[in-house]
Design a protein around this ligand. Structure first.
Ligand SMILES: O=C(O)[C@H](O)[C@H](O)COP(=O)(O)O
Ligand SMILES: [Mg+2]
Length: 294
């Protein structure tokens, strides 16, 4: 069934909204682009809250922790609770501490930003990272596999460097070191354009090692496990709202959610959504999230 473009008819929009008790919102490309909130987003969120809908914010962006996202949302006029926020830094920390049950004497080597480090610390997981300066002859001598490094975790890192990758590669030469990625989005939508995504950070390591990381962000259901570890909800009454087919919409479909809604303010285009034979198809789509207000 081709996806339905929701028209502005109030009765049609109300009928769509009525099908769901809970909305899972992607962030980059849906609520905002970088630090800029997309038009009438706060009003849309307030409207859905006024209808008694439960709202969750589910982002693959690992650069911030849930606490930092709460401050960002509130700073943009979207009050929310910490238990309404799920980021890939959190789902990764949960996976390492509660699924992998990383031994206390092992550490995680992090390529990424403060979000990952804060969430690992919250879970009591020890980590190391690299300041990323220029590699030196001493580094070539000292870098090597390390039994104490139990995991290499890769996320979006705006200060990625040869040195950080070189160190990660050496750790991953030890087959006992687990290779994880917070997410593998190929691109990152900001300022109305696309830039390298978290997947572009781990891809060089896959190219060098032939190893593929386990990804803990959408579409991986590890993110759903992280959500359901905090709250129970009826998946059939839930709608995933996203800007990216291969992460957000696939996450909703593979998670057995009641519905998926795509918006055209981020990565995926209308052509991709309507493409003949497309494997990941949303139930409906809108030009912008606020169009749901009619
Ligand atoms: O490269 C990335 O990490 C992603 O582009 C980015 O984080 C996506 O975030 P989301 O759209 O899931 O909020
Ligand atoms: Mg997005």
């Amino acid at each position: 069934m081709p996806p339905q473009k929701l028209s502005g008819k109030p009765e049609e929009l109300a009928a769509f909204i009525d099908k769901f008790d809970i909305f899972l919102f992607d962030c980059d490309g849906v609520l905002w682009q970088g630090a800029s909130l997309l038009p009438r987003t706060a009003e849309t969120i307030a409207h859905l809250r006024s209808l008694g809908k439960q709202l969750l914010f589910v982002t693959n962006n690992s650069t911030k922790s849930r606490t930092t996202y709460q401050a960002k949302l509130q700073g943009l006029g979207i009050p929310c609770g910490i238990n309404e926020i799920f980021c890939s830094a959190y789902s990764s920390a949960i996976y390492i501490s509660r699924v992998l049950r990383l031994q206390r004497d092992k550490r995680v080597y992090v390529i990424g930003e403060s979000g990952i480090k804060e969430e690992l610390a919250t879970e009591g997981v020890a980590y190391i990272s690299d300041d990323g300066g220029d590699i030196t002859p001493e580094d070539y001598d000292s870098f090597g596999p390390d039994e104490d490094v139990g995991v290499v975790l890769c996320g979006l890192d705006h200060a990625i460097s040869y040195r950080k990758l070189a160190r990660a590669y050496q750790y991953l030469r030890n087959p006992g070191t687990v290779f994880l990625a917070t997410n593998i989005d190929s691109t990152f939508p900001t300022h109305g354009k696309l830039f390298p995504g978290a997947g572009a950070m781990s891809a060089p390591l896959t190219y060098m090692t032939g190893r593929t990381p386990v990804s803990l962000g959408k579409p991986s259901q590890a993110m759903m496990d992280a959500i359901e570890g905090v709250l129970e909800f009826d998946r059939k009454r839930a709608c995933m709202v996203g800007d990216r087919l291969d992460t957000d919409i696939r996450f909703g479909i593979e998670g057995g959610l009641g519905g998926t809604l795509a918006v055209l303010t981020g990565v995926s285009t209308e052509e991709e959504i309507l493409e003949e034979g497309a494997t990941v198809v949303p139930d409906a789509y809108l030009d912008r999230l606020c169009d749901i207000l009619g």
